[in-house]
Write a protein that binds this ligand. Structure first.
Ligand code: ADP
Ligand code: MG
Length: 251
């Protein structure tokens, strides 16, 4: 499913945070958004996953304008792994993942055996199969992140929005998560702060700085020493390993 944004503008008080952002992700494309802290990545994603209504501009999911869709129908199309997930209630891990099934239910329709199967399968996929009975709030940050991904998987959507999904994760689970998301073969838009992760998994990358797009292209086109110096103010070199995979070395 294709996703695009058209001239998204967001201001908080007198401060313009997004200054007209138009991006698009083609069907099954993996699109990364990179940029320094505070550049507006999360704000842009929030407009896409509908937690923030932009002052101007529009978001289209599969050609349909987001604001004209019901929340339920957009939730059938797009699942989200956001940066912070606060649960004040003592939900079990299984209950949190089961929430992913709710867009597929009619009002008051009970969860059925198939829903529970999907939930257990999603938990196993993120290697949290043993954690179903645990209270979500007692998990470590990395475990919580994987449960939230399991919830997104249980939602079975053709698009996934991720905000720095590998934060909190050790290297094993960073790679596990990225490999898993890549294999899903759905449309992905993800903010990514690790440029090597972005290089390894993105089909295309948008560079955001001070609420404006500063570049767009394949990892090879975008992740150049010049761009990295301009955007992040650090010197870097690009190296290729024996398999032809690119690596960014920070000097
Ligand atoms: P990033 O995800 O790229 O680090 P954010 O989108 O979170 O950046 O934030 C972009 C800018 O918008 C930051 O300067 C941040 O302080 C500001 N900002 C984000 N949300 C709000 C808000 N609700 N009120 C005021 N300023 C905000
Ligand atoms: Mg952010």
């Amino acid at each position: 499913m294709k996703i695009c944004t058209e001239d998204i503008r967001v201001s908080f008080q007198a401060h313009e945070i997004l200054k007209g952002i138009s991006i698009d992700a083609k069907d099954k494309e993996f699109v990364g958004i990179i940029g320094p802290n505070g550049s507006g990545k999360s704000t842009l994603l929030k407009c896409i996953y509908r937690i923030l209504r932009p002052d101007r501009g529009a978001v289209y999911l599969g050609g349909e304008e987001l604001q004209s869709m019901s929340v339920k129908s957009s939730a059938k199309k797009m699942a989200v792994v956001a940066q912070h997930n606060y649960y004040n209630f003592d939900f079990s891990v299984r209950e949190v993942v089961l929430m992913g099934r709710s867009p597929h239910k009619k009002t008051l329709e009970r969860d059925n055996a198939r829903d529970y199967e999907i939930v257990e399968e999603a938990l196993r996929t993120v290697q949290m199969g043993e954690f179903g009975d645990r209270i979500f709030s007692t998990l470590s940050g990395g475990e919580q992140q994987r449960v939230i991904l399991a919830r997104a998987l249980a939602q079975q959507t053709p698009a996934l929005i991720l905000d720095e999904p590998t934060n909190h994760l050790d290297i094993t689970h960073q790679l596990l998560l990225m490999e898993l998301v890549k294999k899903l073969d759905v449309t992905v838009i993800s903010a990514i702060h690790d440029l090597n992760i972005a290089a390894a998994y993105c089909d295309r990358i948008y560079v955001l700085k001070d609420g404006q797009l500063e570049g767009c292209g394949t990892p090879k086109e975008v992740l150049t020493p010049e761009m990295i110096r301009r955007i992040y103010k650090v010197n870097a070199e690009i190296a290729y390993d024996s398999k032809g995979k690119m690596h960014i070395l920070f000097l």
